[in-house]
Structures are given as C-alpha cells and as structure tokens.
Write a protein that binds this ligand. Structure first.
Ligand SMILES: C[S@@+](CC[C@H](N)C(=O)[O-])C[C@H]1O[C@@H](n2cnc3c(N)ncnc32)[C@H](O)[C@@H]1O
Length: 272
C-alpha cells in the first residue's frame, strides 16, 4: 500500500481539525499511514489515499467515525500523574463531600480514552473513602466510539493493568478474565460512559464538581481550546475544580479560574 500523498494528507488534516479539532503537524504522513492502513484494507480501498478521498464523497456513512477512532491518540494509564490523585484524596474530595452535605458529587472525565482516569478515581474512593462511594457519580466521555465501548466493557489487558495500577488494587478490584482482567462491578458501576465531542455543543450534562480535562486540549488550536473552556464554565458548580494535564494551562483560555499549586500538581478552581 503506497505512502500518503500530499493532496490526501492535506484533506485529512482539514477533516481532523474540522471534525475533532485535532491538528496534525506538517510531516506526519508515516503516522497517518500506520494508523489508517488496516482500516483502508477493511474498507476495500486500494490505498490510504483512496480511503481519505472516500471521506469527501457524499456516501461516507460511518467512515468518518472510523477514521476519527483510528486517528485519535488514546494514550492513558491508571493513576496518571499520581500526585494529582493524592491531592484529590487528601484535600479536594473531602472538601467536596463536606460541601455537598449528603448529596452526590458529580465528576466528569472528559476525553476519558479507555477509562483509566475515571476508574482510578472510583477505586481510590472505594478504597480510602468507602462510606462516600455511594455518593459518587462519574461520567466518562470521549469522541471515539471504540473508547466509549471499552469503558462500558471494563476489561483491560495485562499490559494496561501493569501501567500505574498498584498491585494490591489489581487484586482488590479486578478478576482474571481471558488473557486480561475484568473490573469488578462495584468499581465499574460507578462510571457511566457516553460519546461526546468537545468541540460540538454539549448535551444536557452536569453541572459538575470536578472535571478531568487532561491531555486533550494540547492537540487543539487555541481558538478551540477557548471555546471548550467557555462551554465548561457553564457546566460547573461554584467552587468546582478542573484538572488539566501536566504542562497544560488556563493562561490565555479563561480568567475565571484560580490556579492552586500543590506539590507536583495544579488544580484550577472556578472563581465565584
Ligand atoms: C491522550 S488521551 C487522554 C486520556 C486521559 N484524559 C488521560 O489524560 O490519560 C486523549 C483522548 O482525547 C480524545 N479526544 C480527542 N479529540 C476529542 C474531541 N474533540 N472530543 C472529545 N474527545 C476527544 C481522544 O479520543 C483520546 O481518547
């Protein structure tokens, strides 16, 4: 199968920015061809270029979604940036539970990929704040249908459970299943998963107390980042906390947050 030509490459770049706000750099032809080759074969296309050109035809059906699923970067792992989870456990969650006085606290993992972020939080609460677990409601969303289905299954490979998950959590919260591990239902049932494209108008979700928006805006042009954060502000409760990825910032995106700098972690709290 031939390499991706300049016309097809350019068409794909425009498609990705328009549909999901992902900016592909100028020289990523190799990445495109490695991510789309299998899909091209499955769809009976003679080349990756052909597959890309089919996106422009009026009869593309579910092809656009399949290309998005193949092109997004789903890298994630359990307890990514451990210091953030420590800060949640020691200060943010106890304060939120106290403030909500008996009500549920609502958490959103936006751009959840296969769900490790959401499930890490669920396990942490079940282990360390077990009496409060019944007041936890976690929504995990992603633009990739494949990822949403993975969260709904709650099954992880050997490699995935070896990344970031403390060994005792593997024993406490997973059961061996096939050549991997199935999450136990007490963790799994705390997380609901839906498809949501951050750059489209959001459905009627929230309002949230805590939002993980990590390692996704880095792929977006500045204007889209601002629009996402503007929508987010309308889905937050007073005093809500937003988590961005390490090295990501609210600077230039919004002035409605104060940044709390903790050892190795930054939290962004919505100002009253
Ligand atoms: C690198 S993963 C980050 C996963 C997790 N938040 C973490 O930090 O470990 C980025 C995720 O963003 C999702 N994504 C990319 N563009 C998106 C969009 N426009 N709307 C929603 N999700 C998107 C991808 O499908 C992918 O699963």
């Amino acid at each position: 199968m031939t390499e991706v030509g300049p016309v097809a490459y350019d068409a794909l770049r425009r498609f990705l920015v328009r549909e999901v706000a992902i900016e592909l750099g100028p020289d990523r032809q190799y990445l495109v061809s490695s991510r789309l080759r299998t899909l091209a074969v499955r769809r009976g296309c003679a080349s990756v270029d052909d597959l890309i050109f089919s996106l422009q035809s009026g009869r593309r059906g579910d092809l656009a979604q399949s290309v998005i699923d193949a092109m997004v970067t789903n890298e994630t792992f359990f307890f990514r940036d451990r210091a953030v989870f420590d800060a949640l456990l020691t200060s943010v969650l106890p304060q939120l539970f106290e403030k909500r006085r008996g009500e549920s606290i609502r958490i959103w993992s936006a751009a959840s990929a296969s769900g490790q972020e959401a499930f890490s939080l669920a396990m942490l609460v079940l282990d360390r704040l077990p009496n409060l677990a019944k007041r936890l409601s976690i929504l995990a969303t992603d633009v990739s249908i494949e990822m949403v289905e993975r969260v709904r299954k709650g099954w992880f490979s050997q490699l995935e459970v070896s990344r970031g998950l403390p060994p005792n959590y593997r024993r406490m919260f997973f059961e061996a299943s096939g050549d991997g591990f199935q999450l136990r239902s007490d963790v799994h049932s705390l997380v609901r998963s839906e498809v949501l494209n951050l750059i489209r108008p959001w459905p009627n979700i929230g309002p949230f107390d805590l939002v993980f928006l990590r390692n996704v805006l880095i792929y977006f042009p500045q204007q889209y980042k601002r629009e996402v954060v503007a929508q987010l502000e309308r889905k937050l409760l007073p005093g809500s906390v937003v988590l961005l990825g390490t090295g990501e910032t609210m600077l230039g995106l919004s002035e409605r947050f104060e940044t709390l700098r903790l050892p190795q972690a930054q939290l962004h709290r919505l100002l009253p």
